[in-house]
Structure formats: C-alpha cells, structure tokens
Design a protein around this ligand. Structure first.
Ligand code: FAD
Ligand code: MLT
Ligand code: ZN
Length: 478
C-alpha cells in the first residue's frame, strides 16, 4: 500500500490530520468512538471487492445528528476531507477514502424511530441495516420496498445515497418514489430537515432527491422516512431453465402479461454465473444445466389466486417451449435456497480472483448482446470468465469479467473503452444502480451531456464550496 498508487490522481488541497484534530474529535465523541489504531481503521479503508483502498488514519462513529453536524462543521472549517461510509458494500469505490479522508462511519446511528402501520411509513436513522429494518417491519405486516444481496450489511443511508435498485424494483419502483423524506447534514454542518412522511407534497423544489443517489457528495443522510408496502401473504418463486436469450425475453414478456400486478421480481442468470455459485459456494441447482435461467417471484394477498395465475403462465411458457425445465415453490426455506443462486453470484465470482464489474442499463432487447461479444474479444487474454446476469425486468445487466490477476492494461485499454462505447451506442447508461463512485468518474460523459455535468458541478459548489464531502467521487476532474 503506497500513497501514490493512483498515479493519475492528485490529492486535493485538504489539510492533513493533526493530533489537535484527533483531540477535538475525542472531546466530541469520547475515545471509544474515534478509531486511530491502524488495525482498527484498516477494514474501513478497503472496499468490498478489495480493489480500492485509501490510507485514512481515522474513523469517527457519531451516534446523533448533532454529532454529525459538529464533525462536519469542524472538518469544513479545518478543510479536512470526509468520506461517509455505510455498510461498505458499494461496488464502485465510493465508500472508502481515496487518500487520507476522515472516515465517517454511520454504523452507530441505527435506531428505528417510528413505524406507522396505518400509513405504512417507517422513520429511521441512516445506519440501520436493511435486513434489520425488514425484520422490524415484519411484525407490522409491512416490508422494505427494496431488497438486495447485500441486505445483511448495507445501510438504508447507503441505499439512499446510491439510489440502490435491487431485486424488486420491477414491482416497488426506485427509492426516488419510496423515500418520502430525509434529514441530511450539509458540508458546513447545517441540518437540512426535509423528513416528510406525506405521500403528496408539492411545495417547491423536492430537496430530498438531491440526497438520493448523490453518493455522499452533497450531504450526509442521517435519517429517512420510507413508504413501506404491505407484506405479501402469498409468495411463490419459480426457477426456470431455458435455451436462448430470445426465450428469456419471451419469458419476461409472458410473465408481465400473465402475472402483471403480482409479478414482484424477474431476474436472469447465465450459465457461467450459476456455475460459479455451484462451484465456489456449494449451492446446488435444482434443475439441469441450461444456457440461461430466469427467477420469477410473485407476491400477492391470495394464495389460490396467485397460484392459478402462476400455473397458467408456466403452462403457456412450457407449451411454447420458452421454458425447458423448472421448479416452483412457496416454501420459505426452499425459496431462500433458490434466491442464493441469484443473490450470491457477486460473492461466488470473487472467489475466482479479481472481478471487473460493469453495471449497465440497456434497452431490454440488447440486455445480453455485449456478453458474447466480449467473450469473443477477450479470448486469449488474461480474462477468464465473462458473465451476464441481473435485473432483466428493469433492463439492468451486470457484466462481470473474472481474471486470475488484476490486468490494468486490459481493463483500461480494451475492456472499458469497448463496454462504455457499446453501451452509449445502444442508448444505455454506464451505471444502472451502483453509481459512479470513484471508479467511473472519467466515463460519466458517456451517459451525461456536458451541460448536465456542468450543472452537477455548480450544485456541488453551492452545497459544498470547499469540496470536503467525498472528494474524487462522482464528478470528473476538471
Ligand atoms: P456504502 O458502500 O458504505 O456507501 C456507498 C456510497 O454511499 C458511498 O459513496 C458513501 O459515501 C455513501 N454513503 C453511505 N452512507 C451514507 C450516508 N448516510 N450519507 C451520505 N452518503 C452515504 N446495489 C444495487 O443497487 N442493487 C443490488 O442489487 C445490489 N446488490 C448487491 C449485492 C452485493 C452482494 C453487494 C456486495 C453489493 C450490492 N449492491 C447492489 C451494491 C451496494 O450494496 C449498494 O450500493 C448499497 O446500497 C450500498 O449501501 P452501503 O450502506 O453498503 O453503502
Ligand atoms: C446484484 O444484483 O447481484 C448486484 O447488483 C451485485 C452485482 O452486480 O454483482
Ligand atoms: Zn444488481
């Protein structure tokens, strides 16, 4: 680990951490919530896929909005850069420092403040773990409107800051719809309270949206209010094998028309992805081997009604030979096993070595097009497996390339120019749900016009004039 491991990056003109700064933080939080021992700080410097790492010497763990406010006020006046961290499951290097930024861990701000079963609203602190929130809602017959493989670690504040999509966006929509309000601390320490719980409120600019998807560059989310749907009484999961991508599209179209309002997830997995889960994690597939698999989940309020619809869909899909084999279950433990085949792909691929990850949106007919092209292009290089899986119902494919070692030249000179140009040429987005973070800033122009990037920069300057909040992230260098 060297301080110049990003040769093209220059550290911003921020102050370096001094003993007096540390003392100030200890006075504010007490000694146990200020980590400076390198062994304690190390995990916070490294991202989930272990390709981005900073060398921060300090982690701060506030427990209240007031403490976050005091920290930012001080950092702003001292020109100390800050990297806010939630569950550190982000996949674009946004959650860890690039250089020596102060790490602001939200993990102790983890209280549920209110659950209102009548309006279906939740108010909580930003550091609550997504899965814990879902469990807390269960006893009120409510659920979180989003679900993702990282649910056991990611925070709702991290989800909001990345505008996380996940496995059920097809049914419950994006967080721009579900998040009713936020409380956020601005760079100068001011608390922006737009913690609305109303579903309708057209009183001028909708400020909460500035914090949804801005990846910790415009403020620190400290609380959120969320619209939570009723927990379904009837759940079914079908795991289907098919022979071609064309038939994956046929399954999607048929599922939408036959299942409509009860369709709650439609995910696609290719054979190399599922093989990695089976090989590296020992999870078994309940059906034979196929080029493609589709997971279809239904959620509703009436078991017989949902099963009737699902059966009609399956009969038709088999009769048309869209589906060659499959299994269906409504048993919770079997559903959990089936979900692992999809949710644990990222973890399984990492076991083979470094993974180059591209999370792109495409018109659905082009969803898988880039995978075979890249498989061909990378033949004979250091790249090993090229896979595609993801949220087919939302046109969001996860293109993953595994390699035995990190081949910087291959990534920089071959893969990235090809992937991003292909995506832009097919009217896609270079980031569907993971964000821009640290890794994708130089490619932002593929998906945003110069005028839009200029306005983003003006907004950043307005809200964070000293640029202390998550520098080097989202916005490209001038
Ligand atoms: P972190 O990784 O800690 O941070 C992410 C970004 O948000 C950083 O820029 C950070 O500075 C900022 N941030 C965090 N908390 C705050 C806060 N309180 N205020 C301001 N800024 C903050 N993503 C999807 O969209 N869909 C998926 O299906 C999905 N599946 C995943 C599966 C796995 C196995 C893994 C490892 C990741 C997955 N992700 C997915 C990516 C990731 O989990 C999400 O982006 C998640 O929302 C990040 O939450 P986090 O708390 O871990 O945030
Ligand atoms: C997923 O849908 O599994 C995630 O977004 C993580 C990934 O891209 O691997
Ligand atoms: Zn995803």
């Amino acid at each position: 680990l060297t301080k110049d491991r990003y040769p093209n990056m220059k550290r911003g003109k921020f102050a370096e951490l001094q003993g007096s700064h540390i003392q100030h933080f200890i006075n504010l939080l007490g000694p146990t919530r200020v980590l400076t021992d390198p062994n304690d700080v190390e995990p916070y410097n490294i991202d989930w896929i272990k390709v981005v790492r900073g060398y921060s010497g300090i982690v701060l763990k506030p427990k209240t909005t007031q403490e976050v406010s005091e920290i930012l006020k001080f950092c702003n006046s001292e020109r100390l850069a800050v990297c806010t961290q939630g569950g550190n499951t982000g996949l674009v290097g946004g959650s860890v420092p690039v250089f020596d930024e102060v790490i602001l861990s939200m993990s102790l701000m983890n209280k549920v403040i209110d659950i209102n079963p009548l309006s279906g609203t939740l108010i909580c602190e930003a550091g609550c773990v997504l899965e814990n929130l879902d469990s807390a809602l269960e006893e009120h017959n409510l659920m979180m409107p989003l679900d993702l493989g990282a649910k056991g670690s990611c925070h709702i504040g991290g989800n909001i800051s990345t505008n996380a999509g996940g496995l059920r966006l097809i049914r419950y929509g994006s967080l721009h719809g579900s998040v009713l309000g936020v409380e956020a601390v601005l760079a100068n320490g001011d608390v922006m309270d737009v913690l609305n719980v109303l579903k309708k409120d057209n009183t001028g600019y909708h400020l909460r949206h500035l914090f949804i998807g801005s990846e910790g560059t415009l403020g620190v989310v400290t609380k959120a209010s969320i619209h939570c749907p009723p927990r379904p009484k009837a759940l079914n999961l079908a795991f289907l094998g098919t022979d071609s991508f064309k038939n994956v599209l046929n399954i999607l179209q048929l599922a939408k028309s036959c299942l409509s309002e009860i369709l709650s997830s439609c995910e696609m997995i290719d054979d190399p992805s599922i093989s990695a889960v089976i090989r590296n994690l020992g999870v078994n597939s309940p059906i034979g081997q196929f080029p493609f698999y589709v997971l279809i989940e239904t959620s509703g309020s009436h078991t017989a009604h949902d099963e009737e619809k699902l059966n009609a869909f399956l009969e038709k899909a088999m009769a048309e030979s869209y589906v060659l084999d499959g299994t269906v279950t409504n048993e919770p433990s079997r559903m959990q096993v089936l979900w692992q085949l999809r949710e644990r792909i990222a973890e399984a691929l990492l076991k083979d070595g470094p993974v180059y990850k591209y999370d792109v949106s495409l018109p659905v007919e082009h969803f898988y097009g880039i995978v075979p092209l890249l498989q061909e292009k990378l033949r004979g290089t250091s790249a090993e497996i090229v896979t595609g899986y993801g949220h087919i119902g939302d046109g969001n494919v996860h293109l993953n390339i595994t390699s035995k070692f990190y081949d910087q030249d291959l990534v920089h000179d071959v893969i990235e120019p090809f992937v991003f140009k292909w995506v832009a040429d097919h009217n896609g987005s270079i980031s569907a749900e993971h964000g821009i973070g640290f890794k994708k800033t130089e490619f932002l122009h593929y998906s945003k016009k110069p005028g839009a990037i200029a306005l983003m920069k003006q907004m950043k300057t307005l809200m964070d004039p000293n640029g202390i909040l998550n520098p080097y992230k989202v916005l490209p260098e001038d």
